[in-house]
Design a protein around this ligand. Structure first.
Ligand SMILES: [Zn+2]
Length: 272
């Protein structure tokens, strides 16, 4: 009996390890060295209010699940993508009238991205993919990316917020900029225990006094645009819809990673 118990304990120890190769926060230094990654993947989340029904960590949960799936699928197809831990605090100035909408400055986020890209290169990887899960970040990502493009010794850097394949038919019936049917459905699939279904509603959106601003860009004060910190109809949300959307995005990420990984980083990259 004693021997049996010790054998089964050994078997359990042998099985321990990262959920899949390429998940940095679960790997050991020996595993990272022998993995020899060729593409680095950084996910940007956010910690901010998501209405009466979703938690502050919604963006972080979503982008983390999407990246874990996408990287796992890409690596199962032969890619060597290394997924970094998700950054949970990013740009949120337009949410500051709500409590604890956590934020770092625009220039701080740019500096973080520049530092991460520099280290990607120092660690011997030539390609960096930034996956953005929060609407406040594109300005800083694009400015940092443009700055990197003019610097020597930087990796190739690309970023995306929406990687769903073009032929994907979205099951989402009520679109929203924030905490609507799409985000609610995703959270019902990822962390149903954190979704307050009894708070589902059609959350109101502010209307523009200056109608012509529909065709111009401005930073929307979120407390005026979405007083509940959520906008639109959520009552048609479902875990099945959330799964379909996240898996479509993960397929898109996996396709991108597999193709990027295969392409030789020569003088004409990314052109043929
Ligand atoms: Zn969100």
């Amino acid at each position: 009996m004693a021997r049996k118990a010790s054998n089964s304990r050994k078997a359990a120890v042998g099985k321990r390890g990262a959920a899949f190769p390429g998940l940095l926060e679960e790997m050991t230094v020996e595993e990272v060295r022998s993995f020899k990654p060729r593409v680095a993947v950084v996910a940007l989340g956010s910690t901010e209010p998501h209405g009466p029904h979703l938690p502050y960590g919604t963006d972080t949960w979503q982008v983390t699940r999407l990246c874990r799936l996408g990287v796992e699928w890409a690596n199962a197809r032969g890619a060597k993508a290394l997924l970094y831990p998700t950054l949970p605090i990013t740009n949120n100035v337009n949410m500051k009238k709500f409590p604890f909408a956590l934020r770092i400055g625009v220039r701080t986020l740019m500096t973080v991205l520049l530092d991460l890209a520099t280290q990607v290169r120092e660690d011997g990887v030539g390609k960096l993919v930034i996956v953005n899960g929060h609407g406040g970040n594109p300005g800083a990502i694009m400015a940092a990316q443009r700055e990197m493009a003019g610097m020597e010794g930087m990796p190739f850097v690309c970023w995306a917020s929406d990687l769903k394949p073009e032929d994907f038919k979205s099951p989402i019936e009520h679109g929203s900029d924030h905490a609507g049917e799409s985000e609610t459905s995703r959270m019902m699939w990822i962390r149903p225990d954190l979704v307050r279904e009894h708070k589902f509603a059609n959350n109101p959106l502010g209307t523009l006094k200056v109608k012509a601003l529909r065709r111009a860009q401005f930073v929307r004060p979120w407390h005026l645009y979405m007083p509940q910190s959520a906008g639109g109809e959520t009552r048609k949300s479902s875990a099945a819809k959330g799964k379909a959307v996240i898996e479509a995005e993960a397929r898109g990420l996996a396709d991108l990673l597999v193709e990027l990984d295969k392409a030789k980083l020569d003088a004409r990259f990314p052109y043929a």
